[in-house]
Design a protein around this ligand. Sequence first.
Ligand code: ADP
Ligand code: MG
Length: 495
Amino acid sequence: MILDQIQQDIETFVRAKYPLVYLVTHEEQRARDLLGSLAQKMEMPLYFWSCTRGLICNRLVKDPQMTKPEAILDYIQTTAEGGFFVLLDFHAYLDNPRIVRGLRDTMNVLSATSNKSIFVLSPKKTVPTECEKQFILVELPTPDVGEIRLILQRSLQAVKGRVKVELDEEGQQQLAEAFRGLPSMEIENVLSRMMVRDGRLNTQDLKDVIFEKGRIISASGLLQFFPSQESLDTVGGLDRLKTWLRRKQAGFSQRARDFGLDMPKGVLLVGVPGCGKSLTAKAVSSLWQMPLIRMDIGQLFSSFIGSSEENLRKAIQTAEAIAPCVFWVDEIEKGLAGAQGGDSSDGGLARRMFATLLTWMQEKKQPVFLVATANDVSRLPPEFLRKGRFDEIFYVDLPRLEERAEILGIHLAKRRRDPARFDLAALAARTEGFCGADLESVVMEGLDTAFWENRDLTQSDLDAAAAACVPLGATMAERITEIRQWAEGRARPAS
Ligand SMILES: Nc1ncnc2c1ncn2[C@@H]1O[C@H](COP(=O)(O)OP(=O)(O)O)[C@@H](O)[C@H]1O
Ligand SMILES: [Mg+2]
């Protein structure tokens, strides 16, 4: 378990006489438990100091008056006893030169022979430059699957007899995996909410976990959470792509790992606009029951929220923390355009970001599945297309005859019209060169006419709408030929 690993690391620092370990976490109780168990193991007295309670030793109030930061530093310097001194929220004082000086004095006094270790426990990382070399920073990660299984066991134990557990061993493992990336408190809360609501714990509850994660992501500001409503059935045509996606799902299982398969990395969808690339990206997440998070490349470059490279790294970190998830980058060529070369100032930045992204794709171990889409293939840097980056590159073309009929049917059904009432084969034959979005607009236009004429939709409304539409195949004929030529030999046809 990752927590054991961290406890071991901290033990090493303490034995090596590092004077101060700075633990960064929002989960104070979890960190306190961790230090408590380490203190017990090393047979050291455990002190907690806070500006409200003063000094507490081994759970007993030692000095409630000692609420000044200077006072606790003095105490640590002068007391004859050794121990772990845990300073809560001490970051708040680290912009005060007197306190920083006091802290450094204290660290200098703690000689290699004294048995005293200082811990700062805080949700924020505030390290004064003077102390950078002396602080050991430890960030407490969110629980891993092993620890989540323990939390789950504890919660189940607590409600034993009152909650019906309808999850078998594999289901519990799945639930634990879905919880990854959430802090332990949050996991406990979500769990008890799920169980109290209907007195049972089952696969339905997995959805709640996904939603909960979404809230956390949106709060980070860089990524957008998409509670996905699209299913793969709302995507017409693209059969090969859909089959491939259905098969790839099994690749995330432990069984696939044991069998020797690599974790699925991602897919690049290129091709004609309006043909279902973004739609498919959205559908993948519901198919796999993973949260869908979208990274807006344009926003990454915006100077309002910090440096672009830092933002990209943060976005990647967030995605990894909440893995398994689908990480969607729409129209990736827009952000990477400058990466092609040229020496404009912007090009350099785009190139560096692009390198970061490529390295991550090559090395990532977490189940983060990247779905990237691109309309303009000429702007994609060639390194991007090398083997080993994406699992597959699909080329999405204008829909063929049967695909057009299917897409029309989907959009009629979406607007609560029975597709069987219309001659879709005839309409499909008349809509050569229409993209999926064009076909959707035919249905919309038809409905619009019918509504104004105060009657229900008829075949001739659809025919008229189709006749009035100038399809993408006509307006973008040249571009489409270019894309097709490019895709030849580089990408697999999606249908
Ligand atoms: N294959 C398709 N099946 C069903 N609807 C489609 C399809 N292709 C496009 N559409 C409709 O057109 C809209 C725009 O398509 P989108 O997926 O955004 O295209 P792009 O390939 O440019 O990303 C979709 O939201 C959907 O309503
Ligand atoms: Mg799109």
